[in-house]
Design a protein around this ligand. Structure first.
Ligand code: 13P
Length: 337
């Protein structure tokens, strides 16, 4: 893997009008999503659901990459084609979640740090062999009374940097995902302050670890009022988020692909669209949504193979709407086509 290949893969992930489908829920997380809809979480049903997503007709026009979980990266379609091969044959890059989750941070009540560095070099080598070309690691920052602490911000940024350096050494583009959670009663200004502090710390640690910024994709949360906060308009979110990114993200980063973080699907699309209408920016702004791409499709599928085609159509519509939003050309009328 040369530097050029790494840069080319990162650029392809955030190519204009394309975004990333986050389908990397751990078995525990997908089981919770299934349970909420009364779907039993068996290995085979999880495989069928992921097969429906990955083979949805038309998504290759809007999706540059799909993030998978360890179980899924090793699975295959019902005709025996490995999932990474299915994606590659459609011009979609296979990706892999490599963190092992956010765990309680000792000495920091209410805060977590993300684990998964032990043995990561070897796992990256195996994932590359299995066809992965990029990876993801999610760090979580909680806003609350006195939170986040400097300790948590630093520990999470440090973990992201060590992960990113290992990925680049092993030929994978690291998606660097510092998520400032929406949960809480904070307002937009507090979200902006914490996102600033987090991104500044992340880029300081990436620099210390000699991470090549042209070979990463940043996956941040948007600057947004807390879920129990005073609320914020689409325009306020777009302006505050872009201002924060301009202050903190070097222009050498090729692209920024947002997580949806619990926003309603259409709202996540509107936010992305509004940001891209603010004018030329140093990096591409696109999506790497999980729930905001999958929620409607999962509900439509409901664990029933007869609904597979309808679920695929629903996914294709969301990817199309978000692709338009990534170009600042989203039109609500698309939703009812
Ligand atoms: P959401 O878009 O549902 O927040 O998921 C994105 C993701 O990859 C979380 O790590």
């Amino acid at each position: 893997m040369t530097t050029d290949t790494l840069h080319a893969a990162a650029a392809a992930m955030v190519a204009p009008g394309k975004g990333i489908l986050a389908a990397d829920e751990s078995s525990g997380t997908i089981s919770k999503r299934f349970a909420a809809l009364g779907i039993p979480s068996t290995v085979e049903l999880r495989r069928q659901y992921r097969e429906a997503l990955l083979t949805a007709p038309g998504i290759e026009s809007h999706i540059s990459g799909v993030i998978l979980y360890d179980e899924t990266l090793r699975q295959a379609t019902s005709d025996g084609t490995p999932f990474p091969e299915v994606l590659a044959s459609r011009g979609i890059l296979p990706g892999i979640k490599v963190d092992t989750g956010a765990k309680a941070l000792a000495g920091a009540p209410g805060e977590t740090t993300t684990e998964g560095l032990d043995g990561l070099r070897e796992r990256i080598a195996e994932y590359y062999e299995l066809g992965a070309r990029f990876a993801k690691w999610r760090a979580v920052i909680n806003i609350g009374d006195g939170l986040p602490t400097r300790n948590a911000t630093h520990a999470n940024a440090h973990g992201l940097a060590r992960y990113a350096a290992l990925c680049q050494e092993g030929g994978l583009v690291p998606i660097v995902e510092p998520e400032v959670l929406m949960e809480g009663s904070h307002d937009l200004a507090r979200s902006s302050e914490v996102t600033h502090d987090t991104l500044r710390e992340v880029f300081a640690e990436l620099a210390l670890a000699r991470v090549d910024l042209q070979g990463i994709v940043l996956k941040p949360s948007m600057v947004i009022s807390g879920s129990k906060g005073p609320g914020s308009s689409v325009q306020e979110v777009a302006e505050a988020t872009v201002r924060c990114l301009l202050d903190c993200v070097p222009a050498s980063v090729p692209g920024i692909a947002f997580l949806s973080g619990g926003q309603a699907s259409q709202v996540a699309t509107e936010h992305l669209d509004a940001m891209n209408r603010l004018g030329p920016l140093p990096w591409t702004l696109t999506f790497s949504y999980g729930r905001a791409l999958q929620d409607d499709a999962l509900r439509t599928w409901g664990g029933d193979a007869n609904n597979r085609k309808a679920a695929q159509d629903v996914l294709a519509l969301r990817t199309k709407c978000n692709s338009e939003a990534a170009l600042g050309k989203y039109d609500r009328a698309l939703e009812s086509v």
